[in-house]
Design a protein around this ligand. Structure first.
Ligand code: BES
Ligand code: ZN
Length: 615
């Protein structure tokens, strides 16, 4: 029989990925993946807003790996397990024995299910609890519309287990289908085909035919309208923010088209966005087919849309090619930050892309002086720690700088071909850092010898800090801002003469971040009077200004800071402010604000802040 070229290329792709396969050891799962893996999930869940619980069952379809194996181990955290049944060889359903172990602070509770034979399907009836680490439940008063409740999930890194009993490891993949019931007037959406949620009637069906790691299973439910932006993209949002979001993110289709050209076809069909309430603890989350987005990037001038480029980029790095363990997070986030910036360059030009590189690099350099040395490595050693605790911009920006370094050494043509081939070879697979290193050696370093040494690669991936010859992105535009700032600070230039009317948000951020940390009160008043920074409606600018102002005791910001801290829950924009308030003698005030803001924060943000105030 003649095989088609299509089949051959598929075979090659899988062989080449297999050639690099090194068994991943994921210390953050209890799952016995070497014995049995679930390949498909069916979720049947009721969204109970009154009790803040998801209630129903998950059915796992199982593929057994070892002949003698008779048990399935799932990850859970704070779940109530009601009963477990499995399908016997005769096709009847029977109760299965199960034990739920004591709760481990990081990993949760191991759920062990035992069978008499190797069951093909098993159903776990359960409910999540109000304190689920991966869910936020909002009352109507905490939403923009004030009329309907809202709930959403955030499963990365190891929170899927707080709302689904699952083999919660990025080293495995499942397809899934779901039926979700809500109050009639609420719409639910998932990281799946959402056509089954078009009619708003409280009964929704979802289908995710592509295999994804469990951390990408996601749900949101609320007073959601939607609007198409292009043939492939739409926004789900509360009506109050829908039109502004559609305007802000109008370039999404162009981003998809450019990325597909550079790195291979977009694999997921539609790319929609779900606008979350401001309490969402992240900027964005790359849930496949439906990125989850903070409203704090709807600035009114498209200045923060690199966030969309970032979440979209994960459709290649992360969702197609996935980190095998959380110690390999840099493979997801470093590649994504690199691709994000390439998208920004394609859509908005080189100047803006370089400004974003320079801002991120400055942020990374500041951070490197603050965190413990082991956490400045790309390939992290978590040693059982919660992946959330080692989270920083290291995997993002150091990872990105490593890839920029390679791009500069080999030239775009060769490097782009390498990245494209890497995405293709490992599509729908999970990769460890060691596998990546072998692939990189074979397909770039040894293929074009004498350009980058293997030792240099090892230094980037395994040594702390930044290599001495790391790229140091500089922007001409920022150089001009620096010159103007200097003229104002030291040469008597009037503030009104700064060419600030033409500054982009990036120039503003560079300006504020580079002002002396000990600016005197007159200077602060002068700045605030001239530019009204305390009341900036751009969350990033406001954040940068508050950080400067707290540092040098400029008290006029406090009412605005209180509003900022109670109005939003994005960790990146609130945690450093609390930290700085505490270290500048304002702990009592900060704690008062926090206790007031706490009920509207996500459990993850609450956890971070509770720890900070407990110290
Ligand atoms: N996947 C991340 C968020 C994440 C990472 C959640 C690790 C939990 C564990 C998302 O893609 C992300 O990186 N968001 C950034 C975007 C920014 C770099 C443009 C954020 O939220 O700030
Ligand atoms: Zn990311």
């Amino acid at each position: 029989m003649k095989s088609s070229p299509f089949k051959i290329s598929l075979l090659c792709a899988s062989l080449s990925a297999q050639a690099y396969a090194i068994a991943a050891i994921d210390e953050h799962t209890y799952a016995n993946l070497d014995e049995v893996v679930s390949t498909h999930l069916y979720l049947d869940l009721n969204v109970d807003f009154a009790d803040k619980e998801l209630e129903g069952f998950v059915e796992h379809t199982l593929a057994w790996k070892k002949k003698q194996a008779r048990s399935l181990v799932l990850d859970t955290r704070d779940l109530t397990i009601h009963r477990v049944i499995y399908e016997t060889a005769e096709g009847t359903w029977k109760a299965a024995k199960f034990t739920l172990a004591d709760r481990d602070d990081v990993k949760g509770s191991k759920l062990t299910i035992t069978f008499q034979n190797q069951a093909k399907r098993v159903r776990v009836y359960y409910n999540s609890r109000p304190e689920a680490s991966g869910l936020q439940w909002l009352t109507p008063e905490q939403t923009a519309s004030k009329s309907h409740p809202f709930m959403y999930s955030q499963s990365q890194a190891i929170h899927a287990r707080s709302w689904i009993p699952v083999q919660d490891s990025p080293a495995m993949r499942v397809t899934y289908q779901a039926r979700v019931q809500t109050p009639k007037e609420v719409r639910a959406v998932m990281s799946a085909d959402n056509t089954g949620a078009i009619i708003r009637d409280g009964d929704y069906h979802f289908d995710m035919p592509q295999a994804i790691p469990p951390y990408l299973i996601a749900i949101g439910a609320g007073n959601l309208d939607y609007k198409e932006m292009s043939h492939q993209t739409a926004i789900f949002a509360e009506q109050q923010i829908l039109d502004a979001s559609v305007w802000e993110f109008a370039d999404t289709q162009a981003m998809i088209d450019k990325t597909s050209k550079m790195y291979g076809e977009y694999a997921w069909g539609r790319y929609d966005l779900l606008m979350l309430p401001p309490s969402f603890p992240f900027g964005g989350m790359e849930n496949p087919r439906l990125s989850f987005i903070t409203p704090t990037v709807v600035a009114g001038d498209r200045s923060l849309v690199n966030l969309i480029a970032h979440e979209l980029a994960h459709s290649w790095s992360g969702n197609l090619v996935t980190n095998a363990t959380w110690e390999d997070l840099w493979l997801n986030e470093g590649f994504t930050s690199y691709v994000e910036n390439r998208i920004m360059e394609e859509v908005f030009g080189r100047e803006r892309a370089v400004m974003e590189q320079a801002l991120d690099t400055a942020g990374l350099k500041a951070l490197l002086t603050q965190i413990s040395e082991p956490d400045t490595r790309l390939n992290l050693k978590l040693n059982g720690r919660d992946p959330d605790d080692a989270f920083s911009s290291v995997p993002y920006t150091k990872g990105q700088l490593f890839l920029i370094y390679l791009e500069e050494k080999y030239g775009r043509e060769k490097f782009d071909a390498f990245v494209k081939s890497y995405f293709k070879a490992f599509s729908f697979k999970s990769v460890t850092t060691a596998e990546f290193e072998r692939y990189l050696a074979d397909n770039l370093i040894n293929k074009y010898p004498g350009i980058v040494s293997p030792e240099k690669v090892t230094e980037w991936i395994h040594a702390p800090g930044l290599p001495a010859d790391a790229p140091n992105p500089t922007s001409d535009v920022f150089d001009k801002v620096d010159a103007e700032t200097k003229a104002w600070l030291t040469a008597g230039k009037a503030i009104a003469e700064l060419p600030s009317a033409q500054w982009t948000v990036h120039e503003w951020l560079h300006f504020i971040n580079n002002l002396p940390r000990d600016l005197n009160q007159e200077r602060m008043v002068e700045l605030d009077k001239a530019f009204n920074l305390t009341d900036s409606t751009n969350a990033e600018i406001a954040f940068a200004w508050y950080m400067l102002a707290i540092g040098n005791g400029y008290e006029a910001i406090y009412p605005a800071v209180e509003k900022h801290l109670t109005g939003i829950g994005r960790r990146k924009l609130i945690v450093p402010i609390y930290k700085s308030l505490i270290s500048h003698g304002k702990k009592a005030w900060a704690e008062k604000v926090y206790l007031n803001a706490r009920p509207s924060y996500h459990p993850l943000a609450q956890g971070t802040m509770d720890d900070m105030f407990a110290q």
